[in-house]
Design a protein around this ligand. Structure first.
Ligand code: GLC
Length: 532
């Protein structure tokens, strides 16, 4: 099995990871200094959110130069050192690639917007009259530009104009950007809003729908519109294959593509290609909105097996830089977080962990009015007391607060007087140093699980089969590969449960409560991996 299918991914948001030069902002040398920490946890791949030149209106997801590095993060030399230091530790590194749009300060856009007949006039999506397409974050997607007396389309926020991939020069320019970084040794890309890239060529209006008010996984965007013609177009699936052939030019060692795509399984699985010749992996975002019960996850596992059977590999992601941290759904409870970790590292999927998730970092409490995240402009009308009660985050600053390394100043993130976002208040127990020294900590559960997963073919490449043990609060499944069979049992309730297991148990391989034997009884919120 290729490395992308068996790997474990750790996501770094560079601004918030570690500040090596005391300016209050995380940076590339900071990441380099913390590589041993990630290696020691056992992760095999690191995905880093964007650090290219950018006006930072969307903190790097608005790129103004794809070939250079934002000065607050470092230099091109630092990136080269970063790649090489990651490889020396026998890990892989995946960069974020924002192909759909640039910053409106990118020289390509500045030229494109300057007139209707400049050499880059057709590099973005321009129209005399807008159609009805909304952006994926809600409001109108079309922005007026006086110089051209025309409108340009932006799938996300107005300062992120979409490139026009129907122009072959654009495609070539962006593929060349990818080649540049592949040449430098990067092992792959996480592709930002990849499913927005190609739109309907005739600009047909999207259907109105009274029922699609709020965004959902199936119908992103909401706002009374189904994004039928502006998302997940047939040609967008083909683009995945074209990009695959670009990265295939660099096959020693093999590289990987991981797509940020959404819009329901029937659509997004098409990015993988009929012959596994598209993206290697797609994010499955529906478990970000999990319900903490066995039934929810049982259904998800079956659903993933149905839509992404082997040789495809699903992904297991609970948190990222766009959503409230997963732990908020379980009342910031570390015991329950251990169960989620057990699930995440033992289901048939590539686990993707967001920095701080391993210590149970909680969300910040930064009010909308103080938000640095540009999304707050879209939602500035939402009263704070309502925002505090919503199950989704409006101000993404709250999941981007600085990493909590230790109990010292700024939780050891930075020596600056002021950090770019304020530190959380709960650093005392939720910091890496403290948890490294506590054998029973969440962090050590992560460590044990990653190690186990790495050494067990059943865990990282085996099949999965749901088992029924007679109690609906127990999630049970068997992972198998050749002669190795492992049974995972997770008790989602707070009560002790006796399990009827027909197969003889050979050994306890892992137990959340560090038990050495198993007599069929699971304590409340306990989980085990058993060799059968
Ligand atoms: C993706 C990123 C998000 C960014 C947006 C626009 O959803 O994850 O952080 O703001 O795309 O690039």
């Amino acid at each position: 099995m290729s490395w992308h299918a068996t790997t474990t991914i750790y996501q770094i948001y560079p601004r918030s990871f570690y500040d090596s030069n005391g300016d209050g902002i995380g940076d590339l040398q900071g990441i380099i200094q913390k590589l041993d920490y990630i290696k020691d946890l056992g992760f095999e791949t690191i995905w880093i959110s964007p650090f290219y030149c950018s006006p930072q209106e969307d903190f790097g997801y608005d790129i103004s130069d794809y070939y250079n590095i934002a000065p607050e993060y470092g230099t091109l030399q630092d990136v080269e050192q970063l790649i090489s230091e990651i490889h020396q530790r026998n890990m892989k590194v995946v960069f974020d690639m924002v192909m759909n749009h640039t910053s409106d300060k990118h020289p390509w856009f500045l030229e494109s917007r300057s007139s209707r007949d400049n050499p880059k006039a057709d590099w973005y999506i321009w129209r005399d009259q807008p159609n009805n397409w909304k952006s994926i974050v809600g409001p109108n997607g079309w922005q007026y530009c006086a110089e051209r007396n025309q409108y340009y389309y932006a799938s996300f926020l107005p300062f992120q104009p979409d490139l026009n991939y129907r122009n072959p020069e654009v495609k070539k320019a962006m593929f060349d950007v990818c080649r540049f970084w592949l040449q430098k040794g990067v092992d792959g890309f996480r592709l930002d809003i990849f499913n927005c890239i190609i739109k309907d060529k005739d600009f047909k209006d999207n259907p109105f729908s009274l029922f699609h008010i709020l965004p959902s996984e199936e119908h992103p965007g909401g706002n009374f519109q189904i994004r039928k013609h502006s998302l997940n177009q047939e040609e967008n699936f083909e683009l995945a294959q074209e990009l695959r052939s670009v990265i295939n030019e660099f096959n020693h060692p093999p590289r990987m593509l991981l797509g940020e795509v959404f819009g329901g399984h029937d659509k997004i699985k098409q990015y993988l290609g009929k012959k596994q010749d598209g993206l290697h992996l797609v994010f499955l975002f529906d478990i970000l909105y999990y319900k903490f019960n066995a039934d929810f996850f049982r259904k998800k596992i079956l659903e993933y097996e149905h839509h992404y059977p082997a040789p495809n590999m699903p992904t297991a992601v609970f948190s990222n830089h766009d959503q409230l941290r997963s732990i908020h759904r379980i009342g910031n409870n570390l015991e329950k977080a251990k169960l989620l970790a057990l699930l995440q590292f033992t289901m048939r999927a590539v686990p993707c962990v967001y920095y701080g998730e391993e210590i149970g970092m909680t969300d910040g409490k930064i009010p909308i009015k103080e938000g640095k995240d540009p999304m707050v402009n879209v939602y500035s009308w939402v009263p704070q007391f309502i925002a505090d009660r919503l199950p989704v985050g409006i101000n993404r600053d709250n999941c981007r607060t600085p990493m909590q390394w230790n109990n010292q100043k700024n939780a050891g993130f930075s020596v600056a007087e002021k950090t770019w976002l304020p530190l959380n208040k709960d650093v005392e127990k939720r910091n890496a140093e403290e948890q490294l020294s506590d054998k029973e900590s969440l962090l050590n559960v992560f460590k044990k699980l990653i190690l186990l997963r790495k050494s067990s073919p059943a865990m990282h490449s085996g099949t999965i089969e749901i088992i029924h043990t007679g109690n609906k609060n127990i999630l049970a499944y068997v992972r198998s590969c050749k002669d190795e069979k492992l049974l995972v049992l997770i008790n989602f309730s707070k009560s002790k449960i006796t399990n009827n297991i027909s197969q003889p148990i050979k050994k306890v391989v892992f137990s959340i409560k560090s038990k050495k034997t198993f007599e069929g009884i699971l304590d409340g919120f306990d989980g085990v991996i058993l060799k059968i």
